[in-house]
Design a protein around this ligand. Structure first.
Ligand code: MG
Ligand code: ZN
Length: 364
């Protein structure tokens, strides 16, 4: 408060000295006001640390879209219960700004529900979308709309998607919506709620709400022919959501970089990060053209203790190597572009991703 008064004092003095003598109201109060984004695209490459991104740079034949981001930060990823997080606690940190226990989806340490960023922006009229190459009920996407104490409760999570404010979704997980033991057909229920549902292919419609459930559980691997699902779904989501002039929030997950890491399968991992990078390109192309969209790219944690070790034959070649078939506790990078992106530099806790977004959307 003291500083503001001091500044005003200086400004009063300066204005009184100028011949123009502009009124105080015309003077900029602060030069440091952060630009406010109209839209936010949050892209999460599950299990992606620096070595995964470096592998992309070494093995991609196309220019790497990660390289387009002007601001880079690092996040600490531990959960409340363990030093090494899982994807549920990690995504709850992004979606709701709290540290919780591994396995928790949108609930605090005491298992009570916590509001998510997608729910908060829905209340001010934004549209929201979720895309994943896992089931849409898997831990990472679920944390943006569901509240359950155990990530394995995918039938409950599916039911909560039906009752959520989400306006676009694409991924796998059909088995949690249709053919359930309780006899509920949630594909029909989503249709009742105004969704144009598609369970066979990624085909654009002019409906205001679209839902795609294109595999029983996770989507196929890139190595098994998933094709352009992720970049194409990202484009379709942007086409739909950007019709809302109030704004939108879109989360896009490259779910299977993590699975390549768990399998200690470098080909699996690298083909998945190359695919995720294409979705990044779609998001960046949109944001550059739009000028009012903040793009944030990060990961919930690193998987596999992946390294790009020098080959035994020498430093000319790389042998991708893993140190674990689980997650690791290493910091992971954050990349950002667009209005407010400058606030994402530095080293901070994963929960700050939420708090930084919140501050930009709802400035005091
Ligand atoms: Mg995930
Ligand atoms: Zn994992």
């Amino acid at each position: 408060m003291k500083r503001i008064i001091l500044c005003l004092g200086v400004m009063l003095h300066l204005t009184s000295c100028t011949s123009q003598n502009k009124s105080l109201a015309q003077q900029p109060i602060s030069e440091e006001k952060t630009a406010q984004p109209k839209n936010i695209i949050l892209l999460i490459a599950d299990g992606t640390g620096l070595s995964q991104i470096s592998a992309l740079q070494f093995y991609s034949e196309a220019p790497v879209n990660y390289d387009r981001f002007p601001v880079v930060g690092l996040i600490k990823t531990s959960s409340s219960s363990e030093l090494v997080t899982d994807s549920a606690a990690g995504a709850t940190a992004f979606a709701s700004g709290i540290k919780t226990f591994n396995g928790a989806v949108g609930v605090a340490q005491d298992s009570t529900a916590v509001i998510t960023i997608a729910e908060e922006v829905s209340k001010i009229g934004w549209d929201t979308g979720l895309i994943a190459t896992s089931s849409i009920t898997h831990a990472t996407p679920a944390c943006f709309y569901a509240h359950v104490p155990d990530r394995d409760l995918e039938l409950d999570i599916a039911l909560q998607l039906v009752n959520s404010d989400i306006d676009f979704f694409a991924g796998g997980g059909l088995e949690f919506f249709r053919g359930r033991w309780d006899g509920l057909d949630l594909v029909d229920a989503l249709g009742f709620n105004g969704f144009k549902m598609n369970t066979s292919k990624l085909e654009s419609s002019e409906e205001t709400k679209q839902g795609f459930l294109l595999a029983q559980d996770g989507m196929p691997k890139m190595l098994e022919g998933r094709g352009d699902f992720l970049p194409k779904a990202t484009q379709m989501a942007l086409d739909q959501l950007s019709k809302n002039k109030k704004g939108f929030f879109l989360m896009v997950e490259g779910s299977q970089v993590d699975w390549g890491g768990h399998d200690n399968d470098a080909d699996y991992l690298i083909t998945e990060i190359i695919d995720f990078d294409k979705a990044l390109g779609v998001a960046m192309d949109f944001a550059e053209k739009d000028g009012e969209t903040l793009v944030i790219v990060t990961a919930d944690h690193e998987t596999g203790g992946f390294t790009l070790a020098a080959s035994e034959s020498g430093y000319e070649t790389i042998t991708p190597t893993f140190s674990t078939d689980s997650h690791s506790a290493t910091m992971v990078p954050v990349f950002s572009y667009g209005p407010g992106s400058e606030t994402f530099g530095g080293i901070y806790e994963n929960t700050e991703i939420y708090h930084k977004m919140k501050k930009l959307i709802f400035p005091k």
